[in-house]
Design a protein around this ligand. Structure first.
Ligand SMILES: [Zn+2]
Length: 299
């Protein structure tokens, strides 16, 4: 796990093990608040050790930016803390959390140590303010990657913990491209010093405008591809033609997962917009009933 100081009493952690997922901590004179937990139990425990052993402070709050496993399954390793999140985060964890945890434990027995802890304190519209020492944390809805995502702004430092509303590659499979676009534009207008993305490295002041623009243009690129695909008989063939680099993003992003996440984005967007799974052309060995009715593709 990487650890960095973002501003006075504001820390950032990044996983070495899974998709460069991040977490944070805001430290006051008497106690600390943690923002998100990491994917594996040992990494969440490293955050706790750092605050409890090195800084010698108790952790009073854990804020979940959203319900995804890699951000919220470490709540149980902060047993004394009150967990804060969007109301929808609590609802999602109730709806799908336990089932996904049982599935995930089959792949990774280490996750037997994980017990879901639901948020104790929730808000939905508007915002919630938490004061940690001299710092003011304002939490507000920032949907896009999923409906429950929130941002946490450390007002005095203009540091935004964006959850997955900001990533090196926007990921919309569980969310909505329109919400993501609105959230990115909102982040761009906030006058920030730093963005701590849900995955990846801290974005510095001088990089913010460029990276917002790049993410917005990625979203319009995938919209265009999906629209083009929708005019074809076998839309999935068109979707497969466009890699992440054709949309202005590098393959090495998010620990090398970028190409895979991009593929999922295209298929999910197609499903959202057209209400069906994009069809592929039948390959050799596949027998489809309408195989003989070959259709000329119009350009
Ligand atoms: Zn995430």
């Amino acid at each position: 796990m990487q650890r960095e100081r973002v501003a006075d009493n504001v820390y950032y952690f990044q996983s070495d093990n899974y998709a460069q997922v991040t977490a944070g901590a805001i430290v006051g004179p008497n106690w600390a608040a943690v923002i998100d937990t990491l994917a594996l139990p040992e990494e969440s425990l490293q955050i706790r050790d750092f605050i409890e052993q090195e800084l010698k402070l108790p952790i009073r709050y854990v804020i979940n930016t959203h319900y995804h496993a890699d951000h919220s399954w470490g709540n149980c390793f902060f047993p004394g803390a009150t967990v804060i999140a969007h109301t929808l985060c609590r609802q999602q964890l109730i709806a799908v959390g336990q089932e996904s945890l049982i599935e995930a434990r089959k792949q990774n027995p280490n996750l037997r140590r994980v017990k879901l802890v639901l948020p104790h304190l929730t808000f939905d519209e508007s915002y919630l303010i938490l004061r940690v020492g001299k710092k003011t944390l304002s939490m507000f809805p920032l949907p896009g990657p999923c409906t429950d995502n929130i941002g946490i702004l450390v007002e005095e430092d203009r540091v935004l913990f964006a959850g997955d509303a900001f990533m090196p590659l926007p990921y919309i499979v569980d969310g909505n491209i329109d919400d993501m676009t609105i959230s990115l534009k909102k982040i761009g207008k906030m006058g920030l010093e730093n963005i701590v993305p849900g995955h990846g490295d801290i974005v510095l002041r001088g990089e913010i405008d460029g990276s917002i623009k790049e993410n917005l243009s990625y979203l319009s690129a995938i919209r265009k591809i999906v629209r083009k695909a929708s005019r074809r008989k076998y839309p999935n063939d068109i979707l497969s033609e466009y890699g992440v680099e054709d949309c202005g993003k590098s393959r090495v992003l998010i620990g090398g997962l970028a190409e895979e996440l991009h593929k999922r984005n295209l298929r999910a967007l197609y499903r959202h917009l057209y209400g069906e799974v994009p069809r592929s052309s039948p390959h050799d060995g596949d027998y489809e009933e309408d195989e003989e009715e070959f259709e000329e593709e119009e350009e």
